[in-house]
Design a protein around this ligand. Structure first.
Ligand code: ADP
Ligand code: ASP
Ligand code: MG
Length: 406
């Protein structure tokens, strides 16, 4: 018998039929003798629908009110799922995050969980009732409702699992595990049996949205086994843990991509030791996060800085830089929002040479120009024009023989 936290994403509870199928899956786990706590997302499309309602009122709605609005999606799905379980003769109780004491900081829209008071959950477990908890939400110390960022139910599930010392946190979704790349882009992508926290963290932070980054970070911190598996197809999915896969020949384990990047080039800034810092501090003043950075010296004493930001912040970043051209001494700012970042990730890169050669050769064979490059010990990322995204992902996937390797 194990204590398991099971998280169901939007598509898994996207219709009444699916909610009923999930209820049966949970009951089966119970009947196998496991103790189960369930964490649920809003029905698929619901969070986007709510977001678009808010935007019809205000393009930049009050962050506090937006969180009040967005958390309603999860309230609907937990109640429906609890009803489906009760209807089948088992006891279940739906609970909002506040009812199980999920405390967060006060950063609306991307709050971090600071603590969970597990007494209510423990009570439910003792009474053999299945707790169905609303993901993605919390409450700050002043009693305001907060949300944890898109995809945040993954993080709710991991934090709850750690708080109750669960044996495993299982993330049920519409794919049966973590693949070598997004199977929607490369149908030949292959499911991995196992992946390390380190690799999963890179994949998630480089765009593989199958898990929210913070959920991987948290599971790694607590050393909590995390498993991604399908709601619709019973299988063992992918286990994320500290154990490195036995096959040592694996150099690159996956390809990730991110469409939400935008490129900004600040031209002809007078070169001095503080010129880049001034550009970055200016953006930081407006809470604009910079991802990739590169510099190009075309002429003596002048420098071009190329930066990427999240596409949500592109318009504002362009505005801020344009209004500060004189202060920066720059000649102009150019921008391109039609770009994407593609990355290859693998712990094996640490000990193998030649990976970068294969990477750039694969792009060159498809005549894909790279706009920016960044690397770390276990990843290579490039920025390309968005129209090349799918081609680049497939070319890299094939160059590293990911469809046939484990
Ligand atoms: P949920 O609503 O269940 O949280 P998400 O849409 O957030 O589901 O995440 C699942 C999706 O992640 C898949 O449908 C798939 O398209 C996408 N995805 C991106 N990269 C990967 C990957 N490497 N492995 C598996 N799925 C991936
Ligand atoms: N419903 C939220 C979202 O769509 C949280 C989640 O699904 O994890 O982002
Ligand atoms: Mg998700």
């Amino acid at each position: 018998m194990a204590l398991i936290v099971k998280k169901f994403g939007g598509t898994s509870v996207g219709s009444i039929e699916r909610i009923e199928a999930v209820a049966e899956l949970i009951i089966r786990a119970k009947q196998q003798g496991h103790q189960v706590v369930v964490v649920v997302s809003a029905m698929s499309g619901e969070t986007n629908r709510l977001l678009s309602l808010a935007k019809q009122i205000d393009e930049r709605p009050s962050a506090r009110e937006l969180d009040v609005l967005l958390t309603t999606g999860e309230q609907v799905s937990i109640a429906l799922l609890a009803m489906a379980i009760v209807k089948r003769g088992h006891s279940a109780v739906s609970l909002l995050a506040d009812q199980i004491g999920i405390k967060t900081d006060n950063v609306f829209g991307k709050a971090r969980i600071q603590g969970i008071d597990v007494s209510r959950l423990q009570q439910e477990l003792e009474h053999n009732r299945i707790a169905i908890v609303a993901g993605f939400q919390g409450r700050d110390t002043e009693g305001n409702i907060t949300t944890l960022g898109r995809g945040g139910t993954d993080t709710s599930a991991v934090e709850i699992a750690a708080a109750i010392s669960a044996d495993e946190c299982q993330i049920y979704t519409d794919v049966d595990g973590v693949y070598t790349t997004d199977p929607r882009v490369e149908p030949r992508a292959r499911r991995m049996e196992q992946i390390t926290f380190e690799e999963m963290l890179e994949l998630a932070s480089l765009g593989a949205k199958v898990l929210q980054i913070r959920s991987v970070e948290a599971a790694g911190r607590y050393n909590l086994p995390l498993r991604v598996l399908s709601t619709f197809k019973p299988d063992s999915g992918t286990l994320i843990s500290y154990e490195e896969p036995k096959v040592t020949s694996r150099t690159v384990s996956g390809i990730a991509y991110q469409k939400d990047e935008a490129l900004l080039i600040v031209r002809q800034v007078p070169e001095n030791p503080s010129s880049l810092a001034r550009v970055l501090c200016l953006l930081a003043e407006f809470d604009i996060e910079v991802d990739m950075i590169s510099q190009i010296n075309h002429q003596v004493g002048k420098i071009d800085y190329a930066l990427t930001v999240h596409s949500n912040e592109y318009a504002q970043a362009l505005d801020v830089l344009n209004s500060n051209l004189v202060a920066l001494g720059a000649s102009c700012v150019e921008g391109n929002a039609e770009v994407a970042k593609i990355s290859a990730v693998g712990v094996g890169m640490k000990s193998h040479s030649g990976i970068a050669g294969i990477f750039f050769d694969a792009l060159a064979n498809e005549n894909i120009h790279t706009l920016l490059v960044s690397t770390s010990e276990i990843k290579i990322s490039v920025l390309v024009e968005e129209r090349y995204l799918e081609l680049a992902v497939r070319a890299l996937h094939s160059a590293f023989s990911l469809e046939s390797r484990d």
